[in-house]
Design a protein around this ligand. Structure first.
Ligand code: CTP
Ligand code: CA
Length: 229
């Protein structure tokens, strides 16, 4: 028989994770999307749940297996992800924004299915989406912990990451250099640098489960240093 449940370090902590990649409709059957699989976000969610946290995942087009004991809310577009975040954010202690959110969407989706007849080319006009994470950071409580991601290309990756930390008002930014083969988008491994006001922590190439552990350890440190609830 099972004995009384042992207390776990994140019992009672409410964690909100966004995962996957948004899809912005072009017409009834086509979209503008990205290569995010949702693996990194799901790994963070599962690791937090294993520590006892109450976890909600806002999943954008994620085709992965789901864990019992985690609450999943499915969305497709950046606008839907923004609405779900707006509903859920106030009730979380920790936000991990791992989703790849579209920066632009087709200004007007075509009704029905676009036909190719009579066209030699097709120009898509895109408009900016809202920056969901910046919007949430603007209404945060000081005791909430906000972790963003930054997929960057090449040498200026860390500088861009630090810039996002400051510009968006975050506690940590998980930076990965997507110019490196075999890590990051749509792969099983990741290699990241976790940027905080206290400094940078490089996490050498590891599974996304191991990178998730490093992210949670950073959240623990940030919470220990944060204002009391
Ligand atoms: N993000 C968001 N809403 C958007 C775009 C991004 O909430 N419309 C979040 C991402 O989930 C991520 C962080 O902001 O946690 C950084 O995303 P990233 O794409 O790296 O940065 P951007 O601010 O979009 O800048 P750019 O893509 O031009 O580098
Ligand atoms: Ca972006």
């Amino acid at each position: 028989a099972l004995g009384p449940a042992r207390p776990r370090p994140w019992d009672g902590l409410r964690v909100l994770v966004t995962a996957g990649g948004t899809r912005e409709p072009i017409d009834a059957v086509r979209y503008v999307g990205n290569r995010s699989s949702g693996r990194m976000g799901f790994a963070v969610a599962e690791a937090a749940a294993a520590l006892g946290a109450e976890v909600t995942v806002i999943a954008a087009n994620v085709a992965l297996a789901r864990a019992s004991g985690i609450r999943y809310l499915d969305v497709e577009t950046a606008a839907q992800l923004g609405e779900a975040c707006a509903r859920e954010f106030a009730a979380c202690d920790v936000l991990v924004m791992a989703a790849a959110v579209a920066d632009f969407r087709p200004s007007a989706a075509v009704d029905g299915k676009l036909k190719k007849d009579g066209r030699d080319e097709l120009a898509l006009v895109l408009e900016r989406t809202e920056d969901v994470l910046s919007g949430l950071a603007a209404v945060r409580r000081p005791a909430q912990t906000l972790v963003g991601f930054a997929a960057e290309h090449g040498a200026p990756a860390l500088a861009h990451g630090r810039d996002k930390l400051e510009r968006k008002g975050l506690d940590a930014v998980v930076v990965n250099d997507v110019s490196q083969p075999g890590i990051g988008f749509d792969s099983h491994d990741n290699e990241v640098t976790i940027v905080t006001a206290a400094g940078d922590e490089h996490v050498p190439r590891a599974t996304k489960d191991d990178v998730a552990q490093a992210i949670l350890a950073t959240v623990d440190r940030l919470r220990a240093a944060a204002p009391a609830r």
